[in-house]
Design a protein around this ligand. Structure first.
Ligand SMILES: [Zn+2]
Length: 121
């Protein structure tokens, strides 16, 4: 694990650059900057794209901002509007983006922006 940058800045990591994208155990996902509990495994969406996808964040844990046009990320250039950036409410760390994936708005999160705490079952 490399140290997590908490400076924000909106960079997107390369696909599959964190092991978390294949994490399937139940547990909680924390902000890499301040460890605020931002996502839970219940909301994971299993997509084979190299990032960590969630249908929802934990309530009131992330804020959104307007990022570059979707085309800049190699997304569908006909998609309406700009990318929506997601960052931690508490420390402001950039976490990822909200994307339309097959018609569903999903949180597409950089694995290296998260910590994972497996839950004891
Ligand atoms: Zn944070």
């Amino acid at each position: 694990m490399s140290p997590t940058s908490s400076s924000g800045g909106g960079q997107t990591e390369l696909p599959a650059s964190s092991d978390l994208w294949t994490e399937t155990r139940p547990g909680t996902y924390g902000c890499g900057g301040c460890n605020l509990h931002v996502y839970s495994s219940e909301w994971r969406v299993p997509l084979d794209k190299g990032w960590v996808f969630f249908a929802h964040s934990e309530p009131n844990t992330v804020l959104t901002g307007i990022d570059s046009p979707q085309e800049a990320y190699g997304m569908d250039p006909n998609a309406p509007g700009n990318m929506i950036e997601v960052h931690c409410r508490r420390c402001g760390s950039h976490l990822g983006h909200i994307l339309l994936v097959e018609g569903e708005p999903l949180h597409c999160i950089n694995g290296r922006s998260l910590t994972f705490e497996p839950r004891d079952t």
